[in-house]
Design a protein around this ligand. Sequence first.
Ligand code: C2E
Ligand code: CA
Ligand code: CA
Ligand code: CA
Length: 278
Amino acid sequence: HAKEHGVEFSRYTAAMKMRTQSRVELENDMRKGLEREEFFLEFQPQIGLDTGKMLGMEALVRWNHPKRGLLPPSEFIPLAEDSGLIVPLGEWVLKTACQYNKKWQDEGYDPVCVSVNLSMRQFRQYNLTERIDSILQEVGLDPRYLELEVTESMTYDIDTALEQLYRLKKLGIHISIDDFGTGYSSLYYLKSLPIDRLKIDRSFVKEVMCDGNDAAIVSTITTMAHHLKLKVTAEGVENQEQLEFLKLQNCHEGQGYLFSKPVPASEFESKFLSRKAG
Ligand code: C2E
Ligand code: CA
Ligand code: CA
Ligand code: CA
């Protein structure tokens, strides 16, 4: 038995070691990848449900890894968060998203807001507001065309969250709560947070036509958002039936494969940006 355990143990440590090795490797790759410009953004339109017009866009990061190929955020964001690399990566995303938005405005397209995901690690930085302010100044983007998406996990430390959100709001940018309904924020917090929008998590939207509980949740979040004078966006809208349901609830905006999956900047520009007629 002792021997068996020994074998098990060494197998276990070997697997652990491998995992640690590939983690460290991926971390180093990420560091280099940032310098070598292997990361890029895709954009997904946010559509006004009553008009069908594009009202905003979300920037989503991708990694073109030299050996592993195209990696989705799920393959590297968690690691970036653990290692702290999310801070430089997140700042690159912020700056790049702002640069695209500014460039498109300069080219005469109708201005829209760009939404950028902010990880908790970034949110907790004491000088976050100053960093964002200096990015906006450097790029020359009007703050009202930037929206930050934070998650309910910020309410873990409500005093810090409130202070941070007030500072960010003073810059003139917008703030939304992403994946709303999946976290622990209480209604008490919701009442006091200076936010502009709730994004209903796509897990609720997914089953809205076949699960009465999900339908009730989506409908309730939407109504609550109206009463709290918050905008509301449904994530993961994939079909016409979901769209009809959301319209009936007077949900303002939707994002999802029904309208478009996230696409690279050039494709986004040609498909979704428009100039005022005349
Ligand atoms: P998220 O912020 O909730 O972003 C929406 C995700 O849902 C995106 O996945 C998008 O491609 C996907 N999606 C959009 N419409 C649909 C739909 O109709 N059906 C389904 N099934 N999925 C849809 P993506 O791009 O793989 O990103 C996953 C997550 O990674 C994001 O979730 C966000 O939490 C994180 N992420 C992405 N980019 C960044 C970033 O720049 N910084 C940080 N901190 N996190 C990011
Ligand atoms: Ca998001
Ligand atoms: Ca989301
Ligand atoms: Ca998310």
